[in-house]
Design a protein around this ligand. Structure first.
Ligand code: GRE
Ligand code: ZN
Length: 262
């Protein structure tokens, strides 16, 4: 699948992946988030386990041709905040724009942020992701908007420093980075709704948590994502940039979108 070319862009995903078809499925992501249209409900803060300690080893940064993915080892999980169970963290990845466009997937009051980070967690009762994709609440994804400021984000720097080592599709870097995953961050305000993967197969199995307060990156860090990455393999004749990897906005239909502010 692809984002920016004819015949394989997000509007055509449904031809190959039935669940991506907009008319057949009412649980698509992303959506526009609108505080006025949301239902206030105190769901409580999520409990993040293993995110605050320095992680050593078992990290693999990878370019899969659609995003930069950081696969994580065991030891990190998410629970609480109204989630039906404990979810183990499996990977995080990013969606971004180009040098002149913003690239978050969800929008807030129609505003698109420069970038969006997804931390993907799988319900711990499942042996693997394919089993989780059969469960309507099989995945819980934490979404963080990324806004641009003057200073580098030192935490994100652990990833941006390694982007050039995963410039082409299929490239991996398994250099055991040691770093703190998230900066100290206000995580008490978030949106919650039931939606889908934003990439094929678009399975409608995701409990989404979108934090209202963004994290930050410098312009040069965002620029590295937009300009250093390729969606093609090394040596391919038709070299293509990896950018604008976000799906279009979908209707909310009859779904409830909750705003939790504790
Ligand atoms: C993605 O590929 O972008 C993705 C996943 C899993 C959950 C949400 C999501 O792979 O956006
Ligand atoms: Zn994503």
């Amino acid at each position: 699948f692809c984002y920016n070319e004819h015949h394989c862009d997000p509007y055509a995903w449904g031809d190959t992946f039935p669940s991506c078809h907009p008319l057949l499925e009412e649980h698509h992501s992303p959506i526009n988030l609108d505080y006025q249209m949301s239902r206030n409900e105190s769901l409580g803060a999520l409990h993040l386990e293993g995110f605050d300690t320095v992680q050593t080893g078992h990290w693999t940064l990878k370019n899969n041709g659609h995003s930069v993915v950081l696969q994580v080892g065991s030891g990190m999980s998410v629970s609480g905040g109204g989630l039906p169970g404990v979810y183990h963290t499996i990977q995080l990845h990013f969606h971004w724009g180009s040098l002149s466009t913003n690239g978050s997937e969800h929008t807030v009051d129609r505003r698109r942020y420069p970038m969006e980070m997804h931390i993907v967690n799988m319900k711990s009762i499942h042996p693997n992701v394919s089993a989780a994709l059969e469960d309507p609440t099989g995945l819980a994804v934490l979404g963080f908007f990324v806004d641009v400021v003057y200073a580098d984000n030192v935490h994100l720097g652990h990833i941006t420093r390694k982007l050039s080592s995963v410039a082409y599709k299929g490239w991996k870097n398994t250099n055991n980075p040691t770093w703190l995953l998230l900066p100290e961050h206000n995580m008490s305000q978030y949106y919650r709704y039931h939606g889908s993967l934003t990439t094929p197969p678009c399975s409608p199995v995701v409990i989404w948590t979108l934090y209202e307060v963004p994290i930050y990156a410098s312009w040069s860090q965002l620029e590295q994502f937009a300009s250093e990455m390729y969606s093609t393999e090394e040596g391919e004749e038709d070299e293509k940039p990896l950018h604008n990897n976000f799906r279009h906005i979908h209707p909310t239909f009859s779904r409830s979108v909750y705003a939790s502010r504790d």
